[in-house]
Ligand binder design. Structure first.
Ligand SMILES: [Fe+2]
Ligand SMILES: [Fe+2]
Length: 512
């Protein structure tokens, strides 16, 4: 009979049918046999029982250490010592820190372990006198024990799921509160896909969002903001999808709701400024009520974030335009070409990136560099526009444009304007210390100042001005080489020349 029971459990193993692992701990072999016989047809929640036997406290500890998914222990008290069973119980709760396993104490000598004190001090779930444990009672004790175990596991799974949701939410909140760090809607949208997938996917270990995308509805077209898997990379803004996908997207838009169809999920959310947006994710098996609530919360957050990003973009672009215009006004007053400031701006950002500056700083310089000559607004026409060589006194006035420019922005707390102050104040310093206004040398000149110094001279020479013809590019590069370590930072000159093709492309994009 015992053999038969073992066969059953090994059969269950080969079929990989889920089972409840029950550990029988008793020094009397008969107890094992009887228990298995009594529970031979046992089934709870569509799972059979799988028995593991241990004949001493020590053996039980070894099994418990190896098998982490034991559901229930039928535990004898007196084995190799009077309290061997109790030691197993405290090993489970304290050393293994396992509070899931249900422990049913079975003792032949009740006096050896007083029920009340044992149940409380060893976190035992049930206490039975062996003699009073009929097969009917054993069945119900095990049944109740496993039900308790299952409920605890369910709670644990729910807790873990909540924990995942909480982490997902924290990430969303983090990402929405640090919006200034997000460079574009596309970045934000890709981050979003990863977050949503982590909430919805059954397999939490797979952080890759699979096939998914975020689109914005633009009249009848869908504008792709980000895509993953089969929908990445995005080359074309206006994409067309398989008819079934388009239909699903349109359906969500028409009804203004989120839809789960087959295993494809479309989340619809609307923002004040950015309009209608849709998140599409494949391979979603199910979405429960909690998921729905979280998605709703998520979508609201996203809507606000999208609006903020749109607003940010608007502010940024307005600011850029104002700065460019300001630069152009200054340059046109001094009869320089309007696109000079644009080229300085683009070339400065490119050189900053080649020099290894972080994206944020390169962007800051992009914004600030058009204002390098802003101090010229204060230089009288007689000096600024004098067609002849300047007298030493006029030269002093002319040179004052750097300090004036620096002061114009010096009081500002805005990073871009602070950068503009540096650029205006240092773009005539020279690497060898022979420049003005302060004769700073080497790295005492801010990297922004060194970058704009090079780019400004390069662009002025490479283009014609009212008083001179444009130099051929070879001649300009020869001068840069010559001034390496003199006027200009030698490392920047090298980087600039190494990337000359990109430089020429930027110049071609903004011709005079
Ligand atoms: Fe200048
Ligand atoms: Fe300039």
């Amino acid at each position: 009979m015992v053999m038969g029971l073992f066969k059953k459990s090994s059969k269950a193993k080969t079929e990989k049918k889920a089972s409840w692992k029950i550990l029988i701990v008793d020094d009397e072999p008969d107890v094992h046999a009887v228990t298995k016989l009594t529970l031979s047809n046992f089934e709870f929640d569509n799972k059979e029982a799988e028995f593991i036997s241990a004949f001493s406290g020590e053996e039980a500890r070894a099994v418990l250490q190896k098998e982490s998914d034991i559901a229930l222990v039928l535990l004898d008290v007196v084995m190799e010592t009077d309290d061997a069973g109790l030691k197993v119980a405290s090993f489970i709760r304290e050393e293994l820190d396992n509070h899931f396993i249900r422990i049913i104490l079975r003792t032949g000598q009740p006096g050896q372990a007083p029920e009340r004190s044992v149940i409380t001090s060893y976190d035992i779930n049930d206490y039975k006198d062996k003699t009073s444990l009929s097969s009917e009672k054993l069945f119900s004790v095990v049944y109740t024990g496993l039900r308790g175990y299952r409920d605890i596991l369910d709670i644990e799974v729910a807790r873990k799921k909540l924990e995942n949701h909480r982490e997902g939410l924290e990430k969303v909140i983090d990402s929405t509160t640090s919006l200034f760090k997000i460079r574009s809607l596309q970045d934000f949208a890709s981050g979003l896909l990863v977050q949503i997938a982590s909430i919805l996917r059954a397999d939490k270990s797979d952080s890759h969002p699979g096939n998914s995308f975020v689109v914005r509805k633009d009249k009848t077209q869908f504008k792709m903001l980000a895509g993953t898997g089969a929908y990445a990379p995005v080359d074309d803004d206006n994409v067309s999808f398989e008819p079934a996908v388009t239909e699903l997207l349109n359906k969500a838009c028409d009804q203004q709701v989120s839809i789960l169809e087959g295993n494809c999920f479309v989340s619809y959310f609307k923002t004040n400024n950015a309009g209608e947006n849709l998140i599409y994710i494949e391979n979603i098996l199910e979405i429960n009520d909690l998921d729905k609530k979280l998605l709703e919360l998520f979508s609201n957050n996203i809507a606000v974030a999208f609006d903020n990003l749109e607003l940010n973009k608007e502010v940024f672009e307005t600011q850029s335009e104002i700065i460019d215009t300001l630069g152009e006004v200054v340059e046109s007053r001094s009869k320089e070409a309007a696109n000079h400031v644009k080229r300085v701006s683009h070339l400065s950002r490119a050189l900053a990136l080649w020099a290894g500056l972080p994206q944020e700083q390169a962007q800051e310089l992009f914004m600030a560099s058009p204002m390098h000559d802003v101090g010229k607004v204060a230089i009288p026409d007689a000096v600024l526009l004098k067609p002849a060589k300047l007298t030493p006194d006029e030269w002093v006035i002319m040179k004052s444009h750097v300090n004036i420019g620096c002061e114009i922005f010096a009081r500002s707390k805005r990073p871009t304007l602070k950068a503009a102050s540096i650029v205006a104040g240092q773009h005539h310093e020279k690497f060898n210390g022979q420049g003005y206004p302060n004769g700073l040398a080497g790295e005492d000149i801010h990297i922004y100042g060194r970058i704009v110094a090079l780019v400004d001279v390069f662009d002025a020479l490479a283009h014609s001005r009212c008083y001179k013809e444009a130099w051929p590019i070879d001649k300009v590069l020869a001068l840069l080489e010559e001034e390496k370590g003199q006027h200009f930072d030698p490392r920047l000159v090298e980087l600039f020349i190494d990337n000359i093709e990109e430089v020429i492309k930027i110049m071609d994009d903004y011709p005079d």
